[in-house]
Design a binder for this molecule. Structure first.
Ligand code: OMP
Length: 215
């Protein structure tokens, strides 16, 4: 495990980002855990999060020309990553985000920030079935830009439309990497080491059997 992964896991525990219980996901799946990045709700935590994203990108070696944060949750994540890249890695990249609804006054349109061009990295929170990421990929292509990869905090490693995980499907279909700071494997390793989370661990196992991909 890299330092930035360890630091990120500490952060998620400190801020209660990771919760166990019963949650209905966007995909309709009933999950025994949920990752709520909305709990990163102060400046210091957001700065730390941005550093973890930036380190994951730099460590991956993936070449990108700009960052794109999909509305809504991806917007502060892309901003925090852009700041950390400039401050900590000497990489001053353009960044942009979209609105969910087109604006018919002022500057107009749905895209804000740098024009989408070159190799665009999507910066988002969590990938489950891949629906959100596919929308962003379509938007980037529609602008004539090239998707370069997807940078997320958590890969839930769940099946997309077939036998592969959503992340594996995106890689296979678009030929781009999905860079995840953590994954279900890490969540399970954490729960597996805590005797007080034995029940949660059993539910995670059952959930992975149902929606996960073959190892
Ligand atoms: P997919 O579009 O199915 O990949 O779901 C990803 C989105 O679901 C994320 O962008 C989140 O908005 C939300 N989500 C979480 O935030 N945390 C989770 O642990 C699970 C989900 C989810 O609903 O699947």
């Amino acid at each position: 495990m890299h330092d930035y992964q360890r630091d990120f896991i500490e952060l998620t525990l400190q801020r209660d980002v990771l919760r166990f219980g019963e949650f209905t996901l966007k995909s309709g799946r009933q999950s025994p855990y949920f990752f709520n990045m909305g709990r990163i709700d102060n400046g210091a935590a957001l700065a730390r999060l941005g550093r973890a994203y930036a380190s994951a990108l730099v460590g991956s070696g993936v070449a990108v020309d700009m960052l794109f944060g999909p509305a809504y949750k991806g917007i502060p994540l892309a901003a925090a990553t852009a700041i950390a890249l400039a401050d900590r890695h000497g990489r001053d990249l353009p960044w942009a985000y979209n609105r969910k609804e087109a604006k018919d006054h002022g500057e107009g349109g749905t895209l804000v920030g740098a024009p989408l061009q070159g190799r665009v990295l999507i910066v988002d929170d969590v990938m489950t079935a891949g629906t959100a990421v596919r929308e962003s990929l379509a938007l980037i292509r529609a602008q004539g830009a090239t998707p370069a990869g997807v940078l997320i905090a958590l890969d839930r490693q769940e099946r997309g439309t077939g036998a592969l995980s959503a992340a594996q499907e995106v890689t296979a279909e678009y030929g781009i990497p999905v860079i995840a700071i953590t994954s279900l494997t890490d969540v399970m390793a954490y729960a597996g080491e805590r005797p007080d989370l034995a029940g949660e661990y059993a539910r995670l196992l059952a959930y992975r059997d149902r929606y996960g991909v073959a190892a």
